[in-house]
Design a protein around this ligand. Structure first.
Ligand code: FAD
Ligand code: MLT
Ligand code: ZN
Length: 475
Protein backbone atom coordinates (compact mmCIF):
# COMPACT_ATOMS: atom_id res chain seq x y z
CA UNK A 1 0.00 0.00 0.00
CA UNK A 2 1.34 3.38 -0.89
CA UNK A 3 0.62 5.82 1.94
CA UNK A 4 -0.04 8.68 -0.51
CA UNK A 5 -2.71 6.65 -2.30
CA UNK A 6 -4.41 5.41 0.82
CA UNK A 7 -3.58 7.40 3.93
CA UNK A 8 -4.34 4.90 6.69
CA UNK A 9 -2.58 4.10 9.93
CA UNK A 10 -2.31 0.73 11.58
CA UNK A 11 -4.50 0.53 14.67
CA UNK A 12 -2.93 -0.75 17.90
CA UNK A 13 -3.74 -4.45 17.44
CA UNK A 14 -1.31 -7.09 18.67
CA UNK A 15 1.19 -8.71 16.33
CA UNK A 16 1.05 -12.46 15.73
CA UNK A 17 3.59 -14.15 18.01
CA UNK A 18 5.11 -17.63 18.10
CA UNK A 19 2.65 -18.45 20.91
CA UNK A 20 -0.27 -17.36 18.71
CA UNK A 21 0.98 -19.60 15.89
CA UNK A 22 1.24 -22.48 18.33
CA UNK A 23 -2.31 -21.84 19.55
CA UNK A 24 -3.60 -21.77 15.95
CA UNK A 25 -1.71 -24.97 15.22
CA UNK A 26 -3.51 -26.63 18.14
CA UNK A 27 -6.91 -25.51 16.82
CA UNK A 28 -6.31 -26.41 13.14
CA UNK A 29 -3.32 -28.75 12.98
CA UNK A 30 -1.48 -28.59 9.64
CA UNK A 31 -3.69 -25.78 8.32
CA UNK A 32 -1.74 -22.75 9.54
CA UNK A 33 0.10 -21.27 6.54
CA UNK A 34 3.14 -19.03 7.05
CA UNK A 35 4.98 -19.73 3.80
CA UNK A 36 5.52 -16.29 2.16
CA UNK A 37 4.95 -17.66 -1.34
CA UNK A 38 1.54 -19.08 -0.40
CA UNK A 39 0.69 -15.89 1.45
CA UNK A 40 1.47 -13.70 -1.55
CA UNK A 41 -1.74 -14.52 -3.48
CA UNK A 42 -4.05 -13.91 -0.54
CA UNK A 43 -2.39 -10.60 0.35
CA UNK A 44 -3.22 -9.15 -3.09
CA UNK A 45 -6.71 -8.52 -4.49
CA UNK A 46 -8.08 -9.76 -7.82
CA UNK A 47 -7.61 -6.36 -9.44
CA UNK A 48 -4.04 -6.20 -8.11
CA UNK A 49 -4.83 -2.78 -6.74
CA UNK A 50 -4.18 -3.26 -3.01
CA UNK A 51 -1.74 -5.37 -1.05
CA UNK A 52 -1.48 -6.32 2.60
CA UNK A 53 1.40 -7.90 4.48
CA UNK A 54 -0.21 -10.66 6.55
CA UNK A 55 2.16 -13.27 7.87
CA UNK A 56 -0.43 -15.96 8.53
CA UNK A 57 -3.28 -17.65 6.71
CA UNK A 58 -5.67 -19.91 8.63
CA UNK A 59 -7.73 -22.59 6.89
CA UNK A 60 -10.44 -23.89 9.23
CA UNK A 61 -12.86 -26.64 8.17
CA UNK A 62 -15.64 -26.22 10.72
CA UNK A 63 -17.60 -23.48 12.45
CA UNK A 64 -16.27 -24.74 15.77
CA UNK A 65 -12.71 -24.13 14.53
CA UNK A 66 -13.65 -20.63 13.33
CA UNK A 67 -15.13 -20.00 16.77
CA UNK A 68 -11.98 -21.10 18.58
CA UNK A 69 -9.79 -19.02 16.26
CA UNK A 70 -11.89 -15.90 16.81
CA UNK A 71 -12.03 -16.47 20.56
CA UNK A 72 -8.25 -16.54 20.59
CA UNK A 73 -7.90 -13.47 18.32
CA UNK A 74 -10.44 -11.57 20.39
CA UNK A 75 -8.63 -12.30 23.66
CA UNK A 76 -5.27 -11.42 22.12
CA UNK A 77 -6.56 -8.35 20.26
CA UNK A 78 -5.46 -9.70 16.88
CA UNK A 79 -7.13 -8.24 13.78
CA UNK A 80 -8.74 -10.71 11.35
CA UNK A 81 -9.48 -10.50 7.63
CA UNK A 82 -12.17 -12.98 6.54
CA UNK A 83 -11.49 -14.16 2.99
CA UNK A 84 -13.55 -16.18 0.52
CA UNK A 85 -12.54 -16.49 -3.14
CA UNK A 86 -10.74 -13.13 -3.09
CA UNK A 87 -12.64 -11.84 -6.12
CA UNK A 88 -14.01 -8.71 -4.43
CA UNK A 89 -13.73 -5.44 -6.35
CA UNK A 90 -13.25 -2.95 -3.52
CA UNK A 91 -10.18 -4.19 -1.67
CA UNK A 92 -12.20 -5.67 1.19
CA UNK A 93 -10.91 -9.22 0.84
CA UNK A 94 -7.24 -8.65 1.58
CA UNK A 95 -5.51 -7.37 4.71
CA UNK A 96 -4.52 -3.73 4.89
CA UNK A 97 -1.61 -4.39 7.24
CA UNK A 98 -0.78 -7.68 8.98
CA UNK A 99 -4.30 -8.91 9.82
CA UNK A 100 -4.65 -12.68 10.21
CA UNK A 101 -6.27 -14.05 7.04
CA UNK A 102 -9.13 -16.40 7.85
CA UNK A 103 -9.97 -18.32 4.69
CA UNK A 104 -13.15 -20.31 4.07
CA UNK A 105 -11.50 -22.34 1.28
CA UNK A 106 -11.71 -25.64 3.17
CA UNK A 107 -15.28 -25.06 4.39
CA UNK A 108 -16.71 -26.44 1.20
CA UNK A 109 -19.28 -29.06 2.15
CA UNK A 110 -22.93 -29.19 1.17
CA UNK A 111 -24.90 -29.87 4.36
CA UNK A 112 -28.32 -30.64 2.86
CA UNK A 113 -30.53 -30.14 -0.16
CA UNK A 114 -34.27 -30.65 -0.33
CA UNK A 115 -35.60 -31.39 -3.77
CA UNK A 116 -39.18 -30.32 -3.08
CA UNK A 117 -38.44 -26.94 -1.51
CA UNK A 118 -35.16 -26.33 -3.38
CA UNK A 119 -33.50 -25.24 -0.14
CA UNK A 120 -29.74 -25.71 -0.09
CA UNK A 121 -27.75 -25.57 3.15
CA UNK A 122 -23.98 -25.46 2.76
CA UNK A 123 -20.77 -24.26 4.29
CA UNK A 124 -19.61 -20.75 3.42
CA UNK A 125 -16.58 -21.79 1.40
CA UNK A 126 -18.48 -23.65 -1.34
CA UNK A 127 -17.52 -22.21 -4.73
CA UNK A 128 -20.56 -20.75 -6.51
CA UNK A 129 -19.98 -22.69 -9.73
CA UNK A 130 -19.70 -25.97 -7.84
CA UNK A 131 -22.97 -25.26 -6.05
CA UNK A 132 -24.54 -24.43 -9.42
CA UNK A 133 -23.46 -27.82 -10.76
CA UNK A 134 -24.68 -29.57 -7.62
CA UNK A 135 -28.18 -28.08 -7.75
CA UNK A 136 -28.45 -28.29 -11.55
CA UNK A 137 -27.96 -32.04 -11.33
CA UNK A 138 -31.08 -31.98 -9.15
CA UNK A 139 -33.04 -29.76 -11.57
CA UNK A 140 -32.56 -26.48 -9.69
CA UNK A 141 -30.33 -23.45 -10.21
CA UNK A 142 -28.61 -21.05 -7.85
CA UNK A 143 -30.55 -17.77 -7.53
CA UNK A 144 -27.39 -15.84 -8.37
CA UNK A 145 -24.72 -15.99 -11.05
CA UNK A 146 -21.69 -13.83 -11.71
CA UNK A 147 -18.56 -13.72 -13.84
CA UNK A 148 -16.45 -14.72 -10.82
CA UNK A 149 -18.47 -17.94 -10.28
CA UNK A 150 -15.44 -20.19 -10.76
CA UNK A 151 -13.65 -18.70 -7.73
CA UNK A 152 -16.07 -16.80 -5.48
CA UNK A 153 -17.50 -18.51 -2.39
CA UNK A 154 -21.14 -18.42 -1.37
CA UNK A 155 -20.06 -16.91 1.98
CA UNK A 156 -18.28 -14.12 0.10
CA UNK A 157 -21.35 -13.62 -2.07
CA UNK A 158 -23.53 -13.22 1.01
CA UNK A 159 -20.94 -11.05 2.79
CA UNK A 160 -20.92 -8.65 -0.20
CA UNK A 161 -24.62 -9.12 -1.00
CA UNK A 162 -23.51 -9.77 -4.56
CA UNK A 163 -26.03 -8.85 -7.26
CA UNK A 164 -24.90 -10.30 -10.55
CA UNK A 165 -26.60 -11.57 -13.66
CA UNK A 166 -29.80 -13.14 -12.30
CA UNK A 167 -30.85 -10.33 -9.99
CA UNK A 168 -33.52 -9.06 -12.38
CA UNK A 169 -35.38 -12.35 -12.14
CA UNK A 170 -34.59 -13.84 -8.73
CA UNK A 171 -33.93 -10.69 -6.73
CA UNK A 172 -31.49 -9.91 -3.97
CA UNK A 173 -29.79 -12.36 -1.61
CA UNK A 174 -31.72 -10.47 1.04
CA UNK A 175 -34.74 -12.40 -0.21
CA UNK A 176 -33.25 -15.74 -1.22
CA UNK A 177 -30.98 -16.30 1.78
CA UNK A 178 -33.22 -17.96 4.36
CA UNK A 179 -30.74 -18.45 7.15
CA UNK A 180 -27.12 -18.00 8.18
CA UNK A 181 -24.70 -19.34 10.70
CA UNK A 182 -22.26 -16.64 11.77
CA UNK A 183 -19.36 -16.60 14.21
CA UNK A 184 -19.17 -13.31 16.06
CA UNK A 185 -15.97 -11.44 16.88
CA UNK A 186 -15.68 -12.99 20.36
CA UNK A 187 -16.16 -16.52 19.02
CA UNK A 188 -19.88 -16.89 19.78
CA UNK A 189 -21.61 -19.10 17.23
CA UNK A 190 -24.90 -17.52 16.15
CA UNK A 191 -26.99 -20.29 14.65
CA UNK A 192 -29.75 -18.70 12.56
CA UNK A 193 -29.46 -21.37 9.91
CA UNK A 194 -33.19 -21.86 9.46
CA UNK A 195 -34.79 -22.95 6.22
CA UNK A 196 -38.16 -21.25 6.57
CA UNK A 197 -39.75 -19.08 3.91
CA UNK A 198 -41.62 -17.13 6.56
CA UNK A 199 -40.29 -16.28 9.99
CA UNK A 200 -41.27 -13.11 11.78
CA UNK A 201 -39.95 -13.99 15.21
CA UNK A 202 -38.18 -10.81 16.29
CA UNK A 203 -35.60 -8.90 14.29
CA UNK A 204 -34.24 -10.54 11.16
CA UNK A 205 -30.64 -10.77 12.36
CA UNK A 206 -29.28 -12.47 9.25
CA UNK A 207 -29.93 -9.27 7.29
CA UNK A 208 -27.28 -7.52 9.39
CA UNK A 209 -24.62 -9.89 8.10
CA UNK A 210 -25.74 -9.91 4.46
CA UNK A 211 -23.61 -7.21 2.85
CA UNK A 212 -21.59 -6.53 6.03
CA UNK A 213 -18.34 -7.42 4.22
CA UNK A 214 -16.79 -9.36 7.07
CA UNK A 215 -16.98 -6.47 9.53
CA UNK A 216 -19.68 -7.86 11.85
CA UNK A 217 -19.08 -11.60 11.87
CA UNK A 218 -17.71 -14.51 9.89
CA UNK A 219 -20.39 -16.31 7.88
CA UNK A 220 -19.80 -20.04 8.24
CA UNK A 221 -22.92 -21.56 6.66
CA UNK A 222 -25.76 -20.44 4.40
CA UNK A 223 -29.30 -21.64 3.78
CA UNK A 224 -30.49 -20.47 0.38
CA UNK A 225 -33.58 -20.94 -1.75
CA UNK A 226 -32.88 -22.26 -5.24
CA UNK A 227 -35.38 -21.77 -8.07
CA UNK A 228 -36.34 -24.72 -10.29
CA UNK A 229 -34.11 -25.07 -13.34
CA UNK A 230 -35.85 -23.38 -16.27
CA UNK A 231 -36.60 -25.87 -19.06
CA UNK A 232 -35.90 -23.34 -21.76
CA UNK A 233 -33.27 -20.60 -21.87
CA UNK A 234 -32.89 -18.29 -24.85
CA UNK A 235 -30.49 -15.44 -25.35
CA UNK A 236 -30.61 -12.57 -27.82
CA UNK A 237 -27.65 -10.29 -28.44
CA UNK A 238 -28.59 -6.99 -30.06
CA UNK A 239 -26.87 -3.90 -31.38
CA UNK A 240 -28.56 -0.56 -30.68
CA UNK A 241 -27.88 2.77 -32.42
CA UNK A 242 -28.13 4.87 -29.22
CA UNK A 243 -28.81 4.72 -25.50
CA UNK A 244 -32.39 5.97 -25.96
CA UNK A 245 -32.96 2.88 -28.12
CA UNK A 246 -31.42 0.65 -25.42
CA UNK A 247 -34.00 2.01 -22.97
CA UNK A 248 -36.87 1.53 -25.39
CA UNK A 249 -35.69 -2.00 -26.12
CA UNK A 250 -35.77 -2.65 -22.37
CA UNK A 251 -39.35 -1.38 -22.15
CA UNK A 252 -40.33 -3.50 -25.14
CA UNK A 253 -38.76 -6.60 -23.58
CA UNK A 254 -40.50 -6.04 -20.26
CA UNK A 255 -43.82 -5.51 -21.99
CA UNK A 256 -43.60 -8.41 -24.42
CA UNK A 257 -41.66 -11.00 -22.42
CA UNK A 258 -43.21 -10.44 -19.00
CA UNK A 259 -42.29 -13.11 -16.48
CA UNK A 260 -39.84 -14.97 -18.75
CA UNK A 261 -37.39 -12.06 -18.99
CA UNK A 262 -34.44 -13.16 -16.84
CA UNK A 263 -31.62 -10.76 -17.74
CA UNK A 264 -31.18 -7.44 -19.46
CA UNK A 265 -27.52 -6.47 -19.61
CA UNK A 266 -25.85 -3.74 -21.65
CA UNK A 267 -22.37 -2.76 -22.82
CA UNK A 268 -21.03 0.06 -24.97
CA UNK A 269 -18.92 -0.18 -28.10
CA UNK A 270 -15.64 0.38 -26.23
CA UNK A 271 -16.36 -2.70 -24.10
CA UNK A 272 -16.80 -4.72 -27.28
CA UNK A 273 -13.49 -3.40 -28.61
CA UNK A 274 -11.75 -4.42 -25.37
CA UNK A 275 -13.09 -8.00 -25.26
CA UNK A 276 -12.04 -8.28 -28.91
CA UNK A 277 -8.59 -6.82 -28.40
CA UNK A 278 -7.64 -8.57 -25.15
CA UNK A 279 -9.65 -11.81 -25.21
CA UNK A 280 -10.12 -12.32 -28.97
CA UNK A 281 -13.88 -12.68 -28.66
CA UNK A 282 -15.78 -11.92 -31.85
CA UNK A 283 -18.68 -9.54 -32.15
CA UNK A 284 -21.60 -11.62 -33.45
CA UNK A 285 -23.53 -8.60 -34.78
CA UNK A 286 -22.88 -5.45 -36.77
CA UNK A 287 -20.75 -2.88 -34.96
CA UNK A 288 -23.01 -0.56 -32.93
CA UNK A 289 -22.70 2.15 -30.27
CA UNK A 290 -24.44 -0.14 -27.73
CA UNK A 291 -25.18 -3.82 -27.26
CA UNK A 292 -27.74 -5.53 -25.09
CA UNK A 293 -28.01 -9.10 -23.95
CA UNK A 294 -31.53 -10.30 -23.32
CA UNK A 295 -32.15 -13.65 -21.67
CA UNK A 296 -35.42 -15.49 -21.22
CA UNK A 297 -35.95 -18.41 -18.85
CA UNK A 298 -39.18 -20.31 -18.94
CA UNK A 299 -40.89 -23.65 -19.05
CA UNK A 300 -41.75 -23.98 -22.72
CA UNK A 301 -39.01 -23.82 -25.35
CA UNK A 302 -41.29 -23.24 -28.32
CA UNK A 303 -43.42 -20.65 -26.55
CA UNK A 304 -40.39 -18.71 -25.23
CA UNK A 305 -38.57 -18.77 -28.58
CA UNK A 306 -41.72 -17.51 -30.27
CA UNK A 307 -42.03 -14.66 -27.78
CA UNK A 308 -38.39 -13.65 -28.15
CA UNK A 309 -38.61 -13.83 -31.94
CA UNK A 310 -41.63 -11.53 -31.71
CA UNK A 311 -39.56 -9.05 -29.72
CA UNK A 312 -36.73 -9.24 -32.24
CA UNK A 313 -39.08 -8.53 -35.12
CA UNK A 314 -40.59 -5.61 -33.28
CA UNK A 315 -37.30 -3.96 -32.28
CA UNK A 316 -35.68 -4.51 -35.67
CA UNK A 317 -38.68 -3.19 -37.58
CA UNK A 318 -39.00 -0.11 -35.40
CA UNK A 319 -35.29 0.73 -35.69
CA UNK A 320 -34.57 0.29 -31.98
CA UNK A 321 -32.10 -2.42 -32.90
CA UNK A 322 -29.89 -2.40 -35.96
CA UNK A 323 -28.74 -6.02 -35.85
CA UNK A 324 -29.31 -9.02 -33.62
CA UNK A 325 -28.68 -12.70 -33.13
CA UNK A 326 -30.47 -15.33 -31.08
CA UNK A 327 -29.25 -18.48 -29.34
CA UNK A 328 -31.12 -21.47 -27.99
CA UNK A 329 -28.27 -23.97 -27.79
CA UNK A 330 -25.97 -24.04 -24.79
CA UNK A 331 -22.75 -23.43 -26.71
CA UNK A 332 -23.92 -20.28 -28.44
CA UNK A 333 -25.65 -19.03 -25.28
CA UNK A 334 -22.34 -19.30 -23.43
CA UNK A 335 -20.51 -17.58 -26.26
CA UNK A 336 -22.90 -14.63 -26.12
CA UNK A 337 -22.77 -14.41 -22.33
CA UNK A 338 -18.95 -14.41 -22.44
CA UNK A 339 -19.02 -11.10 -24.31
CA UNK A 340 -20.70 -9.50 -21.33
CA UNK A 341 -19.27 -11.54 -18.43
CA UNK A 342 -15.65 -11.19 -19.47
CA UNK A 343 -15.55 -7.39 -19.75
CA UNK A 344 -14.02 -7.23 -16.25
CA UNK A 345 -11.19 -9.49 -17.35
CA UNK A 346 -10.60 -7.53 -20.58
CA UNK A 347 -10.45 -4.27 -18.62
CA UNK A 348 -7.92 -5.65 -16.19
CA UNK A 349 -5.67 -6.50 -19.13
CA UNK A 350 -5.97 -2.97 -20.46
CA UNK A 351 -4.10 -1.30 -17.60
CA UNK A 352 -4.92 0.14 -14.21
CA UNK A 353 -8.71 0.18 -13.74
CA UNK A 354 -10.65 2.82 -11.84
CA UNK A 355 -13.94 1.07 -11.02
CA UNK A 356 -17.29 2.61 -10.20
CA UNK A 357 -20.39 0.57 -9.43
CA UNK A 358 -23.33 2.93 -9.38
CA UNK A 359 -27.12 2.72 -9.03
CA UNK A 360 -28.91 5.43 -10.98
CA UNK A 361 -32.33 6.17 -12.39
CA UNK A 362 -32.11 4.14 -15.58
CA UNK A 363 -32.86 7.12 -17.87
CA UNK A 364 -29.70 8.87 -16.67
CA UNK A 365 -27.51 5.78 -16.47
CA UNK A 366 -25.28 6.50 -19.44
CA UNK A 367 -25.07 10.28 -19.00
CA UNK A 368 -22.44 9.74 -16.33
CA UNK A 369 -20.22 7.83 -18.77
CA UNK A 370 -20.54 10.59 -21.37
CA UNK A 371 -19.77 13.30 -18.82
CA UNK A 372 -16.73 11.45 -17.47
CA UNK A 373 -15.43 10.75 -20.98
CA UNK A 374 -15.65 14.45 -21.83
CA UNK A 375 -14.13 15.46 -18.52
CA UNK A 376 -11.10 13.18 -18.81
CA UNK A 377 -10.42 13.56 -22.53
CA UNK A 378 -7.14 11.97 -23.60
CA UNK A 379 -5.97 11.49 -19.99
CA UNK A 380 -7.82 8.16 -19.90
CA UNK A 381 -7.10 5.19 -22.10
CA UNK A 382 -10.73 4.02 -22.08
CA UNK A 383 -13.91 5.20 -20.39
CA UNK A 384 -16.51 2.46 -20.62
CA UNK A 385 -20.03 1.77 -19.43
CA UNK A 386 -21.67 -1.63 -19.01
CA UNK A 387 -23.77 -3.37 -16.43
CA UNK A 388 -27.07 -4.63 -15.21
CA UNK A 389 -29.35 -2.16 -16.96
CA UNK A 390 -32.41 -4.09 -15.89
CA UNK A 391 -31.47 -3.35 -12.27
CA UNK A 392 -30.45 0.29 -12.81
CA UNK A 393 -26.81 -0.64 -12.13
CA UNK A 394 -24.04 1.00 -14.14
CA UNK A 395 -20.42 -0.16 -14.12
CA UNK A 396 -18.40 2.88 -15.11
CA UNK A 397 -14.76 1.88 -15.63
CA UNK A 398 -11.80 3.99 -16.61
CA UNK A 399 -8.48 2.51 -17.68
CA UNK A 400 -5.05 4.11 -17.79
CA UNK A 401 -1.50 2.86 -18.35
CA UNK A 402 -0.88 3.15 -14.61
CA UNK A 403 -2.48 4.51 -11.46
CA UNK A 404 -2.35 8.29 -11.43
CA UNK A 405 -3.23 10.61 -8.61
CA UNK A 406 -4.19 13.25 -11.15
CA UNK A 407 -6.70 10.99 -12.86
CA UNK A 408 -8.09 9.92 -9.51
CA UNK A 409 -8.48 13.60 -8.61
CA UNK A 410 -10.41 14.20 -11.84
CA UNK A 411 -12.71 11.23 -11.11
CA UNK A 412 -13.32 11.67 -7.40
CA UNK A 413 -15.30 13.19 -5.87
CA UNK A 414 -16.84 14.15 -9.25
CA UNK A 415 -18.39 10.71 -9.86
CA UNK A 416 -19.73 10.48 -6.31
CA UNK A 417 -21.17 14.00 -6.28
CA UNK A 418 -22.80 13.35 -9.68
CA UNK A 419 -24.35 10.16 -8.31
CA UNK A 420 -25.53 11.82 -5.10
CA UNK A 421 -27.21 14.56 -7.13
CA UNK A 422 -29.33 11.88 -8.79
CA UNK A 423 -29.98 10.29 -5.40
CA UNK A 424 -28.14 7.21 -6.68
CA UNK A 425 -25.97 4.75 -4.80
CA UNK A 426 -22.16 4.92 -4.86
CA UNK A 427 -22.05 1.17 -4.39
CA UNK A 428 -24.80 -0.78 -6.10
CA UNK A 429 -23.48 -4.32 -5.59
CA UNK A 430 -19.74 -4.45 -4.86
CA UNK A 431 -19.80 -2.98 -1.35
CA UNK A 432 -17.43 -0.39 0.08
CA UNK A 433 -14.55 -2.54 1.28
CA UNK A 434 -11.31 -0.66 1.76
CA UNK A 435 -11.30 1.56 -1.31
CA UNK A 436 -14.79 3.08 -1.00
CA UNK A 437 -15.38 3.26 2.76
CA UNK A 438 -14.96 7.03 2.85
CA UNK A 439 -17.71 7.69 0.31
CA UNK A 440 -20.54 6.08 2.25
CA UNK A 441 -21.97 9.47 3.17
CA UNK A 442 -22.69 10.29 -0.48
CA UNK A 443 -25.49 7.75 -0.28
CA UNK A 444 -26.46 7.61 3.40
CA UNK A 445 -27.44 10.35 5.89
CA UNK A 446 -25.20 11.00 8.95
CA UNK A 447 -27.78 9.38 11.25
CA UNK A 448 -27.56 6.14 9.28
CA UNK A 449 -23.75 6.17 9.27
CA UNK A 450 -23.77 6.76 13.05
CA UNK A 451 -26.14 3.87 13.65
CA UNK A 452 -23.92 1.62 11.50
CA UNK A 453 -20.93 2.62 13.62
CA UNK A 454 -22.89 1.87 16.81
CA UNK A 455 -23.85 -1.56 15.48
CA UNK A 456 -20.22 -2.26 14.66
CA UNK A 457 -19.14 -1.35 18.22
CA UNK A 458 -21.89 -3.51 19.70
CA UNK A 459 -21.03 -6.61 17.66
CA UNK A 460 -17.26 -6.16 17.54
CA UNK A 461 -16.27 -3.98 20.52
CA UNK A 462 -12.53 -4.35 19.87
CA UNK A 463 -12.93 -3.76 16.14
CA UNK A 464 -10.89 -6.84 15.21
CA UNK A 465 -13.06 -7.95 12.27
CA UNK A 466 -11.91 -6.53 8.94
CA UNK A 467 -10.69 -3.22 10.36
CA UNK A 468 -10.22 -0.27 7.96
CA UNK A 469 -13.14 -1.56 5.84
CA UNK A 470 -16.72 -0.53 4.97
CA UNK A 471 -17.21 2.24 7.55
CA UNK A 472 -15.35 5.55 7.55
CA UNK A 473 -12.83 5.89 10.38
CA UNK A 474 -14.38 7.56 13.40
CA UNK A 475 -12.95 10.85 14.55
P1 FAD B 1 -13.95 -12.15 -1.18
O1 FAD B 1 -13.53 -11.34 -2.33
O2 FAD B 1 -12.97 -13.10 -0.62
O3 FAD B 1 -14.44 -11.18 -0.02
C1 FAD B 1 -15.30 -10.11 -0.26
C2 FAD B 1 -15.69 -9.46 1.08
O4 FAD B 1 -16.46 -10.35 1.86
C3 FAD B 1 -14.49 -9.10 1.95
O5 FAD B 1 -14.80 -7.94 2.66
C4 FAD B 1 -14.35 -10.28 2.88
O6 FAD B 1 -13.75 -9.92 4.10
C5 FAD B 1 -15.80 -10.68 3.07
N1 FAD B 1 -15.99 -12.12 3.28
C6 FAD B 1 -15.70 -13.13 2.43
N2 FAD B 1 -16.11 -14.30 2.94
C7 FAD B 1 -16.69 -14.03 4.14
C8 FAD B 1 -17.32 -14.83 5.14
N3 FAD B 1 -17.44 -16.14 5.01
N4 FAD B 1 -17.80 -14.20 6.22
C9 FAD B 1 -17.70 -12.86 6.36
N5 FAD B 1 -17.11 -12.07 5.46
C10 FAD B 1 -16.62 -12.64 4.35
N6 FAD B 1 -20.11 -8.74 -7.81
C11 FAD B 1 -21.42 -8.54 -8.02
O7 FAD B 1 -22.11 -8.13 -7.10
N7 FAD B 1 -21.99 -8.80 -9.23
C12 FAD B 1 -21.28 -9.26 -10.28
O8 FAD B 1 -21.81 -9.44 -11.36
C13 FAD B 1 -19.89 -9.51 -10.08
N8 FAD B 1 -19.14 -9.99 -11.07
C14 FAD B 1 -17.82 -10.18 -10.88
C15 FAD B 1 -17.06 -10.66 -11.94
C16 FAD B 1 -15.70 -10.86 -11.80
C17 FAD B 1 -14.90 -11.38 -12.97
C18 FAD B 1 -15.08 -10.57 -10.56
C19 FAD B 1 -13.61 -10.79 -10.37
C20 FAD B 1 -15.84 -10.10 -9.49
C21 FAD B 1 -17.20 -9.88 -9.63
N9 FAD B 1 -18.00 -9.39 -8.59
C22 FAD B 1 -19.34 -9.21 -8.80
C23 FAD B 1 -17.44 -8.99 -7.28
C24 FAD B 1 -18.07 -9.79 -6.15
O9 FAD B 1 -18.19 -9.07 -4.96
C25 FAD B 1 -17.43 -11.08 -5.84
O10 FAD B 1 -17.05 -11.78 -6.97
C26 FAD B 1 -18.06 -12.03 -4.83
O11 FAD B 1 -19.33 -11.79 -4.29
C27 FAD B 1 -17.11 -12.07 -3.68
O12 FAD B 1 -16.99 -13.35 -3.21
P2 FAD B 1 -15.60 -13.91 -2.71
O13 FAD B 1 -15.85 -15.24 -2.13
O14 FAD B 1 -14.58 -13.81 -3.74
O15 FAD B 1 -15.29 -12.90 -1.50
C1 MLT C 1 -19.93 -7.27 -13.63
O1 MLT C 1 -21.13 -6.99 -13.65
O2 MLT C 1 -19.32 -7.64 -14.65
C2 MLT C 1 -19.24 -7.25 -12.31
O3 MLT C 1 -19.93 -6.56 -11.34
C3 MLT C 1 -17.78 -6.96 -12.33
C4 MLT C 1 -17.43 -5.57 -12.78
O4 MLT C 1 -18.05 -4.61 -12.35
O5 MLT C 1 -16.48 -5.42 -13.55
ZN1 ZN D 1 -21.94 -6.25 -11.91
Amino acid sequence: LTPERYPVQRLPFSTVSEEDLAAFERIIPGRVVTDPEQLETCNVDWLRSVRGCSKVLLRPQTSEEVSQILRHCYQRNLAVNPQGGNTGMVGGSVPVFDEVILSTALMNQVISFHDVSGILVCQAGCVLEELSRYVQARDFIMPLDLGAKGSCHIGGNVATNAGGLRFLRYGSLRGTVLGLEVVLADGTILNCLTSLRKDNTGYDLKQLFIGSEGTLGVITAVSILCPPRPKAVNVAFLGCPGFAEVLQTFSTCKGMLGEILSAFEFMDTECMQLVGQHLHLTNPVQESPFYVLVETSGSSAAHDAEKLTGVLEQVLNSGLVSDGTMATDQRKIQMLWALRERITEALSRDGYVFKYDISLPVERLYDLVIDVRTRLGPRAKHVVGYGHLGDGNLHLNVTAEAFSQELLGALEPYVYAWTAEQRGSVSAEHGLGFKKKNVLSYSKPPEAVKLMQQLKVMLDPKGILNPYKTLPAQA
